[in-house]
Every structure is written in C-alpha cells, then in structure tokens.
Ligand binder design. Structure first.
Ligand code: SAH
Length: 393
C-alpha cells in the first residue's frame, strides 16, 4: 500500500454506503453525548462568543456528520431558556474530512436539518454549516478561531501506513497480517506506535494553534486494552484474506509449472483469488492506542489540559437492534451480516485499491460474515473506545 493513503468511506446513500451502515458509529456518538454537551456548554458560557465555532473532524458522509451540532445546539438553547436569557445564539459548524469524502450526501441532508432548527426558533437559521476538506494532520482553521472541536471514530486513522514495516533487505515484518495481531513481532508494534505518536502530536499542535484559550475538544477513538494483542476486527479481515491466499497455494501444488501462470490468471478472474505478497505488503493505516499511550502523547505535547480520559466497551453488533427493523434479533447470520455490512462501508475502498479486481467483494464479505459469526461464538472480542476531553491552555 502506498504511503499517505487513507480512503474515505463508501459514498452515496445506497445499500453499501456509509450513510446506510453507520449505526455503530451513531451508538458511539450517543454514548459520548453527555460529555460533548458538558464541554460545549462550558466553553459557551465561559467565552460568551458572538458566534460559536464548532467543528467535526472526520465527519464522513452519513447522518452522524450533523448529530453533534444538533446536540450542542439543543443543549445551549435549553440552558439559555432555563436561565431565561434571550441572547441570540449563532453557531458556525465546520464539517471536515478528506477531500475525497462525499460531502454532497451530507449537504443533501442540510435542508431537513435547517427545517428542524426553524421549528425551534422562528428567526432565520442560527446555524451556518460549511465543509472544510483536508487532512486533520495539518492546519484547517485560522489561529485562535475555534471554540469546540469534536471527532469520533476518525483519529485512529493514521496519516499513512507506517514506514519501517519492511526491512532494508525487503523482508516483510508483519507477514500474513494487515494490522497488529498477537503473532506480530515487536518491531511492528513499535513502528505503528511511533506513527501514532507522531500523528497525534501533529494533530494536537495544529488544533492548539486554531483554538481559543479555554476552547474544548472531545475526541473518541478506537483503542485497545493491550498494544501487542489488540484483538481487533482487522485481524478477522486478515484471516479472510489469508484464506483466499491459501486457496491459490493449494491449487498451485497440483499443477505443472507451465500451466500455473495461465491457471492463476483464470482462477483470479473466476474465484477472486489474491496474491500472498499483496497481503504481506498491506498494512492498514490505523492504530488503536491504549489509554496510557494516548495520555502520554497529550502530556508530552502539553498544549491541552486533560479533563477526562474514559474507556468504554461496545459489542461488535452495537446498533444492530436499531437496524431498520428488518433483522431477526435472534438470528446469528443477520447479526454477522450487520457487522460485515458496516465494515464493508468502511473498508471496501481501501481493499479495492490494494487488491483490485482480483478481490470479488461480495464473496469476500460473505466469507467475512461467516468468520465474524465464528469469532463471536469463540472469542467474544469487543470494541474498546477512548473518550478524551481536553481544554486549551
Ligand atoms: N465521525 C464519523 C465518521 C467516522 S469514519 C462518524 O462517527 O460516523 C472516519 C472518517 O475519518 C472517514 O470519513 C475518513 O475519511 C476520515 N478521516 C480519516 N483520516 C482523516 C484525516 N487525516 N483527515 C480528515 N479526515 C480523515
């Protein structure tokens, strides 16, 4: 995988889109709602801005993009009413994601968002929404301009797959894996951690320039309990990729060498078989830090005061019971498919880029569904989430 490539989620509003498969992320945001509201209220009442500037970094293209703005707006309006204050409230909402993100799908939901606002207040919209395409590992806003920054399920993406996962002599350190697993050597864990430390430090420095003193950030990211055995969903993705590789190796041993080339190419087209080296070279540009690792970066950087760092867990099928009422909640397959569908919305672009047409995506995710069902029965892994609440010094 080339450096510097993180891919936005599946675009549009179709069956495989992020917009239609983000109930897990919606559940995560709702769990953090109270922390978001408390921090935003604190900034608003301490800084009394004429126009409060808030941002959602890594907003993607689903309904979650505007949910934090709604929470904040409701919380401030409620508080103003309680205090009997007639002060006009103006919010500027900046939605950030990579330039390839499908911002149009978010824009299309804006009219209903504004309609809802008008019902709350009879004046013209008190909320102005705009997009800020660019990487959050660089500057996005003018100096001292932002009051509140939120980011959910985005900061575990690195700026790139770390350098150093292949030795100078061309040996792949993380052979057979696409992320850290318990079989990954130490060098892999350290290399990933170093990239996270570098990226997260850059992130904090940029935000600290952009935020007003007293401004707050609430950051939720996927984390791990243990660095060298994160028990992450990506391990299951790797297992499916390896099954597809083994399938071609098994075929090869039964053939004469002159037939192999022809056979592999036909097999690739028919069965969607992938090459071992494309799995070995594939390292997902993400890192799920432990609580201690995240805390260390924040403390060493020093631009923000750490108000709170909480960890909560969620089952892989969080949000399933809300899923369109079409699923049988006791059906293991439906549950596995639900998980597989939201992972597809996230990983399809990056998998297609890495493996191209040799990966038949429907088949891949059918196998993945089966592996998820097995893993739920035997391993009982779950998501570890870090919620970090920071104030600009
Ligand atoms: N916050 C949303 C989306 C999470 S998906 C939610 O909770 O539903 C993660 C998003 O982060 C993706 O849309 C991806 O494109 C974005 N992302 C990843 N790296 C990024 C970067 N460096 N800068 C901006 N956005 C990034």
């Amino acid at each position: 995988m080339e450096e510097g490539q993180v891919f936005p989620m599946n675009s549009g509003a179709g069956k495989a889109s992020y917009a239609n498969n983000s109930l897990l992320q919606k559940t995560v945001i709702s769990k953090v709602r109270a922390t978001v509201e408390d921090s935003a209220l604190e900034v608003y009442f301490k800084t009394s801005p004429e126009s409060m500037r808030i941002a959602d970094l890594g907003c993607s293209s689903g309904p979650t993009a505007l949910s934090v703005a709604s929470y904040i707006l409701d919380a401030i309006l409620f508080q103003l009413k309680q205090m009997n204050q007639k002060k006009p409230l103006t919010l500027q909402v900046f939605l950030n994601d990579l330039p390839g993100n499908d911002f149009n799908t978010v824009f299309q939901s804006l009219s209903s968002f504004y309609e809802r606002l008008k019902k709350k207040k009879k004046n013209d919209p008190i909320c102005f929404v705009m997009a800020v395409p660019g990487s959050f590992y660089g500057r996005l806003f003018p100096n001292n301009s932002m009051h509140f920054i939120h980011s959910s399920y985005s900061l575990h993406y690195l700026s790139k797959a770390p350098n150093g996962l292949v030795s100078e002599t061309g040996v792949t350190h993380n052979k057979g894996n696409i992320y850290i697993t318990k079989t990954s050597p130490d060098v892999v864990v350290k290399t990933y951690l170093r990239q996270f430390e570098e990226d997260f430090t850059v992130f904090l420095r940029c935000r600290s320039e952009e935020m007003v003193i007293g401004g707050c950030m609430v950051l939720t990211m996927m984390g791990s309990a243990i660095s060298n055995d994160p028990k992450h969903m990506l391990e299951i993705v790797g297992r499916v990729l390896n099954d597809l590789v083994s399938q071609v190796c098994g075929t090869i041993t039964h053939l004469f060498s002159f037939v192999i080339y022809f056979h592999i190419n036909i097999a690739k087209i028919i069965f969607g078989i992938i090459e071992e080296k494309s799995v070995d070279n594939f390292n997902v540009p993400a890192y799920c830090p432990t609580e201690k690792e995240a805390r260390k970066v924040i403390e060493e950087d020093g631009s923000f005061r750490l108000q709170k760092l909480e960890v909560f867990q969620l089952p892989w099928d969080a949000g399933f019971n809300e899923s369109k009422g079409k699923n049988d909640i006791n059906n293991k397959y439906d549950r596995g498919k639900y998980i597989s569908d939201y992972i597809r919305a996230v990983l399809e672009p990056i998998l297609m880029k890495q493996f191209g047409e040799s990966l038949i995506i429907d088949d891949f995710f059918e196998r993945f569904t089966q592996k998820i069902i097995e893993s739920i029965a035997n391993e009982n892994w779950h998501y570890v989430n870090l919620v970090i609440s920071l104030t600009k010094n």
